[in-house]
Design a protein around this ligand. Structure first.
Ligand code: CMC
Length: 429
């Protein structure tokens, strides 16, 4: 017999089906709640609300488990390439050699961006935040590809848009960096791999030779995989909800980039390094900063700590911490900020405030330290997150359409004034 949940409202009893996921996750299906009872549910921040059934990513916050399509994040981060993982997320299975060759070839084929986009970059003020530039540039891509704007587009058009996005995001990200540096654009190199090509576009200069360091390339590959998807987070939900209006994929991804930028989400990686720098410049008094984070009259939070879902540990943070040690050692970098991060983690993890609330280092706590070692500037950190998350956003958008999900449109409980009459201006106080 299928499980149901019973609800008693105004003395009447209603039954709702219980939905069980493949990992035994349970939900009460309330899709008929309003129609049958006249009530809606109220759940600020959707802390208890499932917005969809998804087969992409499994996350168990209590046990620190993260899997893409059934594969553990630990195994993928160690063995896979970012493009393989992107294929897995978007199409549901790891590619065979032929599929990977085609996917990689098509992405390589689309890496150039229209030359007109250069003039958009020129219009941005010096020092413009790269996330602002990236979000605008991705949205403007839709104006170059009119076939992407038709809501009844063909599978071929969607495929082309997906490949174009994966191909062009690194090109635009590197151009945003070059714009801020005042350096000439480096065009994509089709003989380099996905990560190598991005590094080359970032760091090659007309004045000197640049060769991609395999240590840097492999670290970047790992970071992109770790960030590739994280089920219904703020930016993925944004992409799904924007896409549910049948907005084109470029616009939906642009909205996802904007959502990611916030310091409570992907912007935390930039905020972490800025915080660690401030602690260092302030003399390294860790307790002072811990106390600030605990003080409810102070808006300061320990950036890189806490997570909506992980209340025990973030498996991505474990992998990144280890990778940070390895990368810094291999590159011979000695970053004093890493020591501060480790000490801060130690103090926080022994403080009842953080322990009781299940606040642990998240993915962003150590990722910035690796990015610094790779010479990525601080304001590009969230861009790096976006490069990884793109394939997850695409997978979420595609799944939402394949499931024929309705337009996202939450309800509300109205708390404003009840009906009143318009008063002439001279009679108002
Ligand atoms: N420093 C100090 N206190 C914190 C922190 C923190 N970083 N995070 C949560 N708390 C406290 C919070 O004040 C609250 O305390 P109380 O119960 O006394 O009111 C309690 O912990 C629960 O916090 P919450 O804000 O209700 O939790 P949430 O699930 O709504 O927020 C979060 C999750 C990630 C937004 C939050 O932990 C935070 O602001 N962390 C810092 C920003 C950060 O590192 N974000 C990156 C998240 S991982 C990357 C990604 O996937 O986006």
């Amino acid at each position: 017999m299928s499980e149901t949940a019973r609800l008693i409202l105004d003395g009447k009893e209603y039954e709702f089906p219980v939905v069980t996921g493949s990992e035994n996750e349970k939900a009460i299906d309330i899709s008929k709640l309003r129609a049958t009872t006249g009530y809606i549910t109220l759940d600020y921040g959707f802390k208890n609300t499932g917005s969809t059934q998804s087969a992409i990513t499994y996350l168990d916050g209590e046990n620190g488990i993260l899997r893409y399509r059934g594969y553990t994040i630990e195994e993928l981060a160690e063995k896979a390439s970012f493009l393989e993982v992107s294929f897995l997320l978007i199409y549901g299975e790891l590619p065979n050699q032929k599929e990977l060759d085609y996917f990689q070839g098509s992405i390589t084929h689309h890496t150039l961006v229209h030359e007109n986009m250069k003039s958009f970059f020129e219009a941005f003020p010096p020092g413009a935040h790269p996330m602002g530039m990236l979000s605008s540039m991705i949205s403007s891509l839709s104006t170059f590809y009119k076939d992407s704007q038709n809501p009844n587009r063909s599978i071929e058009d969607i495929e082309k848009t997906i490949h174009r996005l994966i191909a062009k995001l690194p090109t635009l990200a590197a151009q945003a960096y070059k714009h801020n540096m005042g350096h000439p654009t480096v065009y994509p190199s089709n003989d380099l791999g996905y990560c190598g090509n991005f590094l080359n576009m970032m760091f090659a200069l007309p004045t000197e030779d640049y060769t991609v360091d395999p240590v840097v390339e492999s670290a970047l590959n790992k970071l992109l995989i770790l960030h590739a998807d994280h089920e219904q987070n703020c930016s993925a939900s944004t992409v799904r909800i924007v896409g549910s209006s049948q907005a084109n994929l470029y616009s939906s991804i642009s909205a996802g980039i904007a959502a990611l930028w916030g310091p409570l989400h992907g912007g935390a990686n930039q905020a972490v390094i800025e915080m660690l720098e401030s602690i260092k410049d302030d003399g390294g008094n860790l307790q002072k900063w811990i106390d600030k984070a605990k003080d409810k009259t102070d808006s300061f939070r320990l950036m890189g700590f806490g997570h909506r879902v992980y209340k025990n540990f973030d498996p991505r943070a474990k992998i990144i911490k280890k990778a940070a040690d390895e990368v810094l050692e291999k590159l011979g970098v000695n970053d004093p900020v890493l020591d501060i991060a480790k000490q801060l983690e130690e103090v926080a993890l022994n403080d009842p405030y953080f322990v009781e609330r299940g606040l642990y280092p998240n993915v962003d706590f150590y990722s910035g330290i690796i990015y610094r070692a790779l010479n990525i500037p601080t304001d590009m950190f969230t861009v790096m997150f976006a490069l990884g998350r793109l394939s997850g956003w695409i997978a979420q958008w595609k799944e939402m359409h394949e499931n024929n999900e309705p337009i996202g449109r939450p309800r509300q409980i109205y708390t404003g004034a009840t009906v009143r009459s318009y008063a002439p201006i001279e009679s108002r106080d």
